[in-house]
Design a protein around this ligand. Structure first.
Ligand code: FA5
Length: 344
């Protein structure tokens, strides 16, 4: 009987003692230690229950019920205290280590894309020679991209350029020549214009071909314009741009909107003509198709070819930038690779 009473009392006292101890604990670590002391395998409750062996079955049962209730109550107390302490610790650490989620990780300074840098530079050279800048739409009508440029419907030259068509029958312009007739419609001759812009072709890409690239169209309409004027302007431009004598060659070239037409190639500046993947191991890079404006195109633009003549050229601006910076693959430009762009 004595034993039974003393066990019962020690269980009841334990509850009070633990309640006090728990309320004075200030961190999770100590709370865990206390938990092990009381409810762990070798804890005080287990020790107390070891003394049950001399009691009668009824007493054992009664003490068992008291002990289980006590265990449940203490477990709840420990859990509540743990939640309270963890919350407090999180709040304290948030105050100590203030983390500003809006602060930029690193201040990166933006810069102008190499294509735009060169475009502005080329524009300045032509402006100094009296040219003005024009723009045209990237989504274009067939008639400006092909029809009015002397490509007849069944003209084989139409196959020369693989084209992105929209479902509505528009196209993504395949060259900046699409602006030639648009310009003639709004400008009165004489005039000299350049048209920098993005163009699109549905073709496979490689080191020197992209499906989206930049061209710079040039056009001069005046009286008595000849191939000599064209060559002079082109040479002046190239020597100013590269700040040295660049080796060029003129080959006959066919474009339905010029007559005669030429291909102006420059010796590859990446390999100095020795041969590399950009020049396809030929030593030459096709840079500048050009020619005298076909009379039919002048007519399509409302200009009398009996009075006015002109030249036009279409420079591959992307390739020009590659030559300037010795870039070995055109696909870097639109790759969005910061490590590439940071170099310019
Ligand atoms: C034309 O686009 C004609 N409109 C040029 C022209 C204008 C001729 C005025 C006569 C008078 P071509 O398809 O050759 O021509 O392209 C012109 C230049 O664009 C090429 O010399 C080349 O430098 C560049 N180019 C052509 N295709 C690609 C491509 N897929 N990726 C990158 N550059 C290209």
């Amino acid at each position: 009987m004595q034993n039974y009473q003393s066990i019962k009392e020690s269980l009841i006292n334990l509850e009070k003692e633990i309640q006090e101890k728990i309320s004075s604990i200030i961190d999770v670590e100590h709370l865990k230690e206390l938990y092990q002391d009381i409810l762990g395998k070798k804890g005080r409750i287990t020790e107390i229950l070891k003394q049950l062996k001399d009691l009668s079955p009824e007493e054992k049962k009664e003490i068992g019920i008291i002990a289980n209730q006590l265990k449940d109550q203490l477990t709840v107390l420990f859990k509540e205290k743990q939640v309270e302490l963890e919350k407090k610790e999180i709040q304290e650490s948030l105050q100590k280590e203030f983390f500003d989620i809006l602060r930029p990780i690193k201040n990166r300074v933006g810069r102008i894309h190499p294509l735009s840098q060169i475009q502005y530079e080329v524009e300045d050279i032509f402006i100094n020679m009296g040219f003005q800048i024009m723009e045209g739409p990237e989504v274009e009508l067939d008639e400006y991209n092909f029809g009015k440029l002397n490509f007849t419907d069944d003209h084989p030259a139409r196959d020369m350029q693989d084209t992105f068509w929209t479902e509505e029958g528009f196209l993504l312009r395949t060259h900046t020549s699409s602006v030639q007739v648009r310009a003639m419609e709004v400008l009165k001759p004489p005039f000299k214009i350049i048209v920098p812009g993005r163009v699109f072709r549905y073709e496979e890409t490689d080191a020197s071909h992209e499906n989206t690239f930049y061209q710079l169209e040039g056009m001069m309409v005046d009286k008595n314009v000849s191939t000599a004027n064209l060559i002079y302007i082109m040479k002046t431009f190239l020597s100013t741009f590269f700040e040295k004598d660049v080796t060029v060659r003129l080959r006959p070239g066919y474009f339905p909107f010029v007559e005669p037409g030429f291909e102006l190639d420059i010796q590859c500046l990446i390999c100095s003509g020795k041969g590399c993947q950009v020049c396809k191991y030929s030593g030459w890079v096709e840079l500048l198709p050009c020619g005298l404006i076909h009379p039919n195109v002048l007519k399509a633009g409302g200009i009398d070819p009996q009075i006015w003549t002109g030249f036009a050229f279409g420079m591959g601006l992307s390739r020009l930038v590659m030559m300037r910076h010795s870039i070995e693959d055109i696909r870097h430009f639109l790759s969005g690779n910061i490590r590439f762009l940071e170099q310019f």
